[in-house]
Design a protein around this ligand. Structure first.
Ligand code: MTE
Length: 324
């Protein structure tokens, strides 16, 4: 990852002068007027900062998004060793297997109902975005939750850059497809590649995030390096990892889990303690890394920002909004 470069002269923490004393090589190239592809070519990728390296420059925490009373940050070790990433196995301990994913030189295709299709270099994209830290509540449909300090930028910024046409009503996010690396993708009964989608209104809501790091580090692979979605008011399965394609569409896409079982993993999937999953309650959640079980909040506590997106659905149709 060029933006978060670990230079050739990198000295381990403790022996080093403050990192901020060094000039970022990309910034240097940019100041010479060499942007994007040219700078990537000149800089080479051999020294690119890797998932798990310190994220530099240190992103500032956005104070406008809190986590509410009684919640504490989940321990980094706990959060980064308990992950859902079916590409590497259908259990939570995939973090070691996920290290096989090669994120160097990662590109993302942007297509569909946009002014012009494009392929963007992930590093270049991140360098252009207003990166910040946001601490959010992360609630899985399986009724567990954690609180994570993400390094991220508003998804709305990416939508703006993509220039969708007036036809675009939805945006679909697609994960990489490489069964050689991801053993889970050799299991043919899943409809790979993993996809998820949002309406344009959801994608441009200020709470929707594109995540590029966690706990002050370049996004570790098990979290979905180099770039994953995080939609804090929806169940975690909406937040597709390791995104390689973003497609704007007029019609509503059918997502990975929706195709597998739409009665359990519907399109809307807004966190709602009043609507149980067909096989378990959603009224409470287990806080990972603790013995606690706490009440689940509607929209996972983000109702003030997002409830308006669903105002036409409140009352009778609400259930449909969640599961179909
Ligand atoms: N994205 C991909 N590509 N593959 C997955 O299996 N799992 C989803 C989501 N994104 C998944 C994915 C589910 S079910 C959840 S709860 C979250 O990722 C988990 O994110 P975390 O491991 O960072 O906690």
């Amino acid at each position: 990852m060029v933006y978060h470069r670990k230079p050739t002269w990198f000295i381990p923490e403790g022996q080093a002068t403050a990192e901020s004393a060094f000039v970022n090589r990309r910034q240097l190239l940019a100041s010479m007027g060499l942007g994007g592809a040219a700078s990537a070519l000149l800089a080479g990728r051999a020294n690119a900062a890797q998932p798990g390296d310190s994220f530099t420059p240190t992103p500032e925490r956005n104070p406008d998004y809190g986590i509410g009373e009684g919640r504490a940050m989940t321990d980094e070790k706990v959060a980064s060793t308990y992950n859902n990433f079916y590409e590497f196995g259908s259990h939570k301990q995939i973090w070691q297997k996920a290290q096989a994913l090669d994120t160097d030189g990662w590109t993302i295709k942007i297509d569909g109902d946009v002014e012009k299709d494009m392929v963007v270099d992930a590093d270049d994209l991140i360098a252009k975005m207003p990166v910040e830290e946001r601490v959010t509540r992360h609630r899985c449909v399986e009724a567990w939750s954690m609180v994570v300090p993400w390094v991220c930028f508003p998804l709305a910024e990416l939508v703006k850059m993509a220039k969708p046409t007036s036809k675009a009503k939805y945006v679909q996010f697609e994960t990489f497809l490489d069964p050689k690396v991801a053993s889970g993708q050799r299991q043919g009964w899943y409809p790979w590649a993993y996809t998820e989608a949002l309406t344009i209104e959801e994608a441009t809501n200020s709470v929707a995030l594109m995540v590029v790091g966690a706990y002050g580090k370049v996004l570790p692979k098990q979290f979905g390096a180099p770039m994953r979605l995080h939609v804090p008011w929806k169940y975690g399965f909406k937040s597709a990892k390791s995104i390689s394609r973003i497609t704007f569409t007029e019609t509503r896409p059918v997502s990975f889990w929706e195709e597998i079982n739409k009665a359990e993993y519907g399109f809307w999937a807004n966190v709602n303690p009043d609507v149980d999953h067909p096989r378990w309650t959603q009224a409470t959640e287990r806080v990972i890394g603790t013995d606690e079980r706490i009440p689940t909040l509607k929209f996972n506590g983000y109702g003030e920002e997002v409830a308006g997106l669903y105002s036409d659905a409140l009352a009778a149709k609400e259930k449909d909004r969640l599961w179909r």
